[in-house]
Design a protein around this ligand. Structure first.
Ligand code: ATP
Length: 382
């Protein structure tokens, strides 16, 4: 009986790292065959491969000239000499290639001074967390290079920095920690948590801070990630921000809102502000479609998303219906009927649109009647 049991998943022969690499990234065979110097898959792709998460962005490190390897790999090379990096496309997949390098920070939060390094280990030592500081050689032996015990932290679900100055050098790593913690459900290793709570995002430029916050907001688990940032004392959420970011994220999952505003920017604004006119808009109670249009038109889409997340349900109809309402007539029709060019034309069209929105008139003829009446009145023409 025992011999007849179907094989359970646990009993299936485990796929080796080399096999997983070949299955998920078959295009890397070309890199292996082409490279004259040792080359490695590094960073998030290694982490995700070990987690069985499938494809990720491909980062390659070469212990040699990245641009030379890229041009040997073929066409479509974009290289940046200053950073010794290059991009190539392999079988339709973008591959980032970098010469192994070290970084040093002239002062906390500064952009690093980058120097090339002879070995991949030096390149791994400049990275943010142990789970991102592993490499797989693309040579004969695909044995994991894991100098900081990232595989053990991956198994334990822990984010751990590589050295105590990590967050002081680059506080954006604290934002990255919230992003990974929310995405993977990981925790902070205790000493890392102490260091992270001392991090000061104020030492980095506004642009870098914003770029990392937008990446965090781009995660499916953005609400949890913002909550972690606040819990760790790195940001102050706006009043009601935790709830607002969760409500806005929910809203942006379905139409008509999902296509309306950039999700990442909307969620950063929901969590951190600055608040626009959304609160006043959420308190408004328009009684007619025309009032709703007057309140909402011309506003920033993010303001509308946040006002809706704060409870302004009428904005659903504004977005899917009233916003699209247009007249069949235009100014030319009024001019043809004898109205001179000037503000009376706008007044006539505005009133026709208002009545159309509120269902008081329909069709071209009625629109023209209303617009002419108002335009003539306004001009004092009999
Ligand atoms: P994702 O899965 O979101 O794409 P990733 O791990 O690929 O994340 P990237 O931001 O694309 O992250 O960076 C690639 C690698 O570069 C990371 O895995 C990490 O090793 C390293 N890295 C990126 N930013 C930093 C940083 N600020 N400090 C140190 N290392 C970094």
């Amino acid at each position: 009986m025992v011999g007849n049991r179907p094989m359970s998943t646990a009993e299936k022969p485990k796929e080796s790292l080399a096999e997983a690499l070949q299955r998920v990234y078959p295009e890397l065979e070309a890199v292996r065959e082409t490279a004259a110097e040792p080359v490695y898959l590094v960073g998030g792709a290694v982490r995700d491969l070990l987690m069985g998460r499938g494809r990720a962005d491909i980062d390659i490190v070469v212990e040699g000239d990245a641009a030379a390897l890229a041009s040997r790999l073929g066409a479509d090379v974009v290289s940046h000499e200053r950073f010794a990096t290059a991009k190539v496309s392999l079988d339709g997949h973008e591959v980032d290639i970098a010469t192994a390098r070290t970084e040093s920070y002239p002062h906390p939060g500064a952009l690093p001074v980058v120097e090339t390094a002879p070995l991949v280990e030096a390149d791994l030592a400049r990275r943010d967390f142990t789970i991102n500081a592993m490499a797989i050689p693309l040579g004969e032996e695909a044995d994991l290079i894991d100098p900081h015990a990232g595989q053990a932290d991956l198994a334990a679900g822990l984010l751990r920095v590589l050295h105590p100055r990590s967050f002081a050098d680059d506080p954006t790593r604290a934002v990255r920690a919230a992003r990974y913690a929310a995405r993977f459900g990981f925790g902070l290793e205790p000493e890392t948590e102490v260091l992270l709570r001392e991090a000061d995002l104020g030492t980095v430029s506004v642009d870098r801070r914003e770029a990392e916050l937008l990446r965090l907001a781009g995660e499916a688990e953005a609400p949890q990630a913002f909550a972690l940032l606040a819990e760790w004392g790195l940001v102050d959420l706006r009043e009601g921000g935790a709830q607002l970011v969760a409500d806005a994220a929910g809203l942006l999952q379905s139409s008509p809102w999902s296509e309306f505003a950039p999700r990442d920017r909307a969620l950063v604004a929901a969590a951190l502000g600055p608040g626009g006119g959304e609160e006043a808009l959420a308190e408004a109670r328009p009684r007619r479609p025309s009032e709703a249009v007057a309140l909402a038109s011309g506003r920033n889409p993010i303001e509308l998303v946040l006002a809706r997340a704060l409870g302004a349900e009428w904005l659903d109809s504004y977005l899917s219906e009233w916003r699209q309402v247009a007249l069949e007539i235009d100014g030319e029709a009024l001019i043809a009927a004898g109205i001179p060019q000037g503000p009376a034309i706008g007044r006539g069209l505005d009133e026709a649109l208002r009545r159309k929105l509120d269902g008081e008139i329909a069709g071209r003829d009625q629109e023209l009647d209303v617009a002419l009446e108002v335009a003539r009145d306004g001009d004092g023409v009999a």
